[in-house]
Ligand binder design. Structure first.
Ligand SMILES: N[C@@H](CCC(=O)N[C@@H](CS)C(=O)NCC(=O)O)C(=O)O
Length: 214
């Protein structure tokens, strides 16, 4: 087995970000799928490794790191090339801010455990829950569409693939799954299409992961 192990789930967008970053940096790993549908993330087998009970979790030798952004920043520091955070301090802050629009402001309120809580504890109907998801996704994507409008392309921050692109593609995937109105974001749609044409992004696609629905 590889010394580097990624605990993930094929449809988890936080895991998808890490898979893309690993592929861009050309780092091999062994995938250990954690089946979120059956609740494996809350079982002792996994919470012993990550008490938060969330994927992704990267184990690299004797280092274990959770939280997708912390994992990607660690990969960036330990394997700087190709860089996902290019440019000076200001350029890097802007890339991080765009990434956090997704990672901190959109994704957490659409996470499985939040949606489950809306249904089981607050008694919401599935339709209302889907409306909730689409609302927050479209709000976040609106802000990113403005960034895309100001980018010379082909990616979110110009010619180089950055951390922001790594977060964008899984969020667009989620948006489509939830039937959010992605046609409202044509610039993001084009960037997403270009990114999905790259080998690293293809390798990380949910349907290509072990355990994915066929
Ligand atoms: N902020 C965390 C979020 C991790 C997260 O929410 N993972 C989801 C899958 S995308 C999960 O494990 N959900 C399981 C659950 O909600 O029970 C990160 O970026 O890694």
């Amino acid at each position: 087995m590889n010394d580097r192990v990624l605990y993930d789930y094929w449809r988890s967008s936080a895991s998808y970000r890490v898979r893309i970053a690993l592929a861009i940096k050309g780092l091999d790993y062994t995938a250990k799928p954690v089946d979120l549908r059956s609740g494996a993330q809350s079982g002792v087998g996994f919470t012993m490794l990550n008490p938060q009970g969330l994927v992704p979790l990267l184990i690299d030798g004797d280092v274990a790191i959770n939280q997708s952004l912390a994992i990607i920043e660690w990969l960036e520091e330990t394997h700087p090339e190709p860089s996902l955070l290019p440019g000076d301090a200001t350029a890097r802050a802007r890339i991080r801010a765009a990434a956090l629009t997704i990672v901190a402001d959109v994704h957490p309120i659409n996470n499985l455990r939040v949606l489950k809580y809306l249904k089981s504890e607050l008694g919401q109907e599935q339709e209302a829950i889907d409306t909730w998801g689409r609302h927050w996704i479209e709000l976040g994507l609106s802000a990113l569409e403005e960034i895309a409008e100001g980018s010379p392309g082909p990616f979110l921050f110009g010619a180089q693939v950055t951390l922001a692109d790594v977060c964008l593609v899984p969020q667009m995937y989620n948006a489509r799954r939830l039937q959010a109105d992605v046609a409202r974001f044509p610039k993001l749609g084009n960037i997403d299409k270009r990114l999905n044409g790259l080998k690293a992004f293809q390798q990380a696609r949910p349907e290509r992961q072990p355990g994915a629905d066929q």
